[in-house]
Ligand binder design. Structure first.
Ligand code: ADP
Length: 618
């Protein structure tokens, strides 16, 4: 007995679903007509499934029945009904598919939107894969009659009882497929008029590959958009088709209509969305590319057609090079599919390159939405790595916040004697700009790339070099900064003494103490040894491996800073060694604090209070 069964034929929704239903039932809506699109699209999916199964299996109910969708409305009774001769649902389907939220976080997201606006955009409901429930916008009670395709399947009636429960009963046998019917709420009675339904359907029904009837009248012309010539397809149709397959009501940023002929044959209609779905980084819900074989739908979300880093792309691919009865297993290992994939990736990256060069604001929009995902291709797709690197954009120390540059632009601006491309990682631009390691670069107007995207930690270390110039973290000790050799030997000796004193005091805390060439305004800074990781990479390692301990840092000391000069003076006079040592500890812990790595502030604050006490004594 399923855990949510409460009586013989009654079941309770899971807690999250109850809340979602409550939210849907009690909200005001923009675009309530979306319920119709959701119902049509579910019926169309169910018809696609039976058509596919029928190709190889005649052992099903009514193997020869017409595949179609029938909508019946009645203005007098105020009722709506949609019937398809699709695959139908089993009892398990009814319990598990209808009545569960596929993606965690859906509810929170919808709630937060609801709080911001008084009304809920019905389009969002579909985007989260709970589209069926959008029907609850226009009715209080839904009935689903369904007969699954297997021989001997009984007809079942699913009925929503209230916001908490539903029932499932066996009823008198009906033909294969599904009928969903309900009475409309008074304020939505316009959807009981055939004319209204036809009007709403106009947009989408031509994309449904099966005849759609409204009160007996056929309302669509079945035509595959991607089989038409480029100049015969209107922009509006393309956008409508996008909405139909993606559930995204925002217009796409762009599309590609491909007709590849030659060694490889396929047609494709590919869209790059204008906004990122809130679930972009989750796996559960992406509906990426649909696979068709000679106009017949084969598979939804065919993951093998695109690498993960392009999974935001929507659309369809139609090829006649696959057998119609191709299974999931076959697509997974099919050489045809992997060749198509290769062409698709090149074409999509080519389109992005084109925007990057010729339509910067479009590319910016794209990059803000999908840049983080795109970058993950750098360490997973060796074939297209170089192209992906060209598509990267970064904020830098020479540009204002929000403005982004490519590596190519960076290199073009580099001074002749600069041999490396410098970067610094950090959580946020403001935080990065407080890092003392930047001082030298800022003073000398050397551009430093700011890596603030958490994904950078995983991707940038895979770049190594660009245009033969190595990428280098400015937090590394072996950075190639021109020496300032104007010191005479006596000051050098004095400096060595103070550095030795630092080493003595910090011997178990740092790997080494060296004179800094990069500091301008700060007395000390911590850097990473040649073999060590960037602080951000360490953070990631700690996240992955709780036992990871970070390598000791190297402390760089700015010998021309007044504090260091004072300490050097005290040391020469051999005076007040306790004050010198305490100052050294204080400087070191201050640097740790800036990195967010000071584990206990007690000693730090205690020493600071002593210093204040000293300097305020009259
Ligand atoms: P989605 O369509 O995004 O999966 P829905 O909430 O719209 O989410 O539908 C949930 C599931 O219910 C579908 O995935 C499908 O398995 C089932 N379903 C809905 N309508 C039908 C139908 N007319 N015929 C067969 N199955 C259906």
């Amino acid at each position: 007995m399923p855990e949510n069964q409460i009586k013989n034929n009654q079941y309770e929704y899971k807690a999250e679903m109850k809340q979602l239903l409550h939210l849907i039932v009690h909200s005001l809506y923009t675009h309530p007509e979306v319920f119709l699109r959701e119902l049509i699209s579910n019926s169309s999916d169910a018809l696609n499934k039976i058509r596919f199964r029928r190709l190889t299996d005649s052992n099903i109910l009514e193997p020869d029945s017409e595949l179609k969708i029938n909508i019946e409305v009645d203005e007098k009774e105020n009722t709506f009904s949609i019937t398809d001769t699709g695959i139908g649902m089993t009892k398990d389907d009814l319990i598990s598919r209808i009545g569960t939220i596929a993606s965690s976080g859906t509810l929170e997201f919808l709630k937060s939107i609801k709080e911001e606006n008084k009304s809920l955009d019905a389009n969002l409901i579909g985007q989260f894969g709970v589209g069926f429930y959008s029907v609850f916008m226009v009715t209080d009670e839904i009935n689903i009659e369904t007969t699954y395709a297997d021989i001997n399947s009984k007809t079942l009636l699913w009925k929503s009882l209230d916001e908490d429960k539903f029932s499932i009963d066996e009823i008198e046998q009906k033909p294969r497929g599904t009928r969903i019917y309900f009475k409309l709420k008074d304020e939505f009675k316009e959807y009981a008029a055939a004319l209204k339904i036809k009007n709403v359907l106009k947009k989408y029904s031509n994309f449904v590959d099966f005849p759609v009837y409204v009160n007996g009248e056929k309302v669509n012309i079945v035509s595959a958009l991607w089989h038409r010539k480029k100049d015969e397809v209107k922009e509006e149709e393309l956008n409508d088709f996008y909405t139909f397959i993606s559930n995204d009501s925002n217009p796409p940023l762009g599309h590609l209509l491909l007709n590849i002929e030659g060694i490889l044959n396929f047609k494709a209609l590919i869209y790059i969305p204008g906004t990122a779905a809130p679930t972009l980084f989750q796996d559960a819900l992406d509906k990426s590319l649909q696979l068709y074989s000679n106009r017949i739908f084969i598979q939804d979300n065919c993951k093998e057609l695109l690498p993960d880093y392009l999974k935001f792309v929507k659309g369809i691919v139609d090829t006649d090079e696959l057998p119609l009865n191709v299974s999931r297993e076959v697509t997974q290992s099919s050489p045809v599919i992997s060749k198509i994939k290769n062409v698709l990736v090149s074409k999509i990256l080519g389109q992005l390159e084109d925007w990057a060069e010729n339509d910067k604001s479009k590319y910016d929009k794209f990059y803000n939405n999908f840049g983080s995902l795109l970058k993950t291709g750098i360490n997973s797709d060796f074939t297209h790595k170089d192209k992906l690197i060209e598509l990267l954009r970064f904020e830098t120390s020479l540009k204002s916040s929000g403005e982004k540059v490519s590596l190519k632009e960076y290199v073009q601006r580099m001074a002749e004697n600069q041999k490396e491309i410098y970067y610094i990682m950090g959580d946020h631009r403001n935080f990065i700009e407080m890092n003392p390691n930047l001082e030298y670069f800022r003073k000398n107007e050397i551009e430093v790339i700011y890596l603030t995207d958490p994904v950078d930690v995983f991707t940038i270390p895979y770049i190594f070099e660009y245009d033969k110039k190595p990428l280098k973290s400015i937090e590394k000790a072996d950075i190639d900064i021109n020496k300032n050799d104007d010191l005479n030997s006596s000051t050098e000796n004095q400096n060595n003494n103070i550095l030795e004193q630092f080493k003595k005091v910090l011997s178990d805390k740092v790997e080494d103490v060296i004179e800094s060439k990069r500091l301008v305004d700060s007395p000390v800074t911590l850097v990473v040894g040649k073999q060590g990781f960037d602080p951000q990479v360490e953070k990631m390692m700690q996240y992955i491996d709780k036992n990871f301990t970070h390598s000791k840092r190297i402390l760089e000391v700015n010998v021309s800073h007044s504090i260091i000069k004072n300490l050097t003076g005290l040391l020469i006079e051999d005076k007040n060694i306790e004050l010198i040592n305490n100052s050294i500890l204080q400087l070191f812990e201050g640097a740790l604090l800036l990195e967010g790595k000071l584990s206990s502030p007690n000693e730090f604050v205690k020493r600071m209070n002593e210093f204040i006490d000293l300097s305020t004594k009259s």
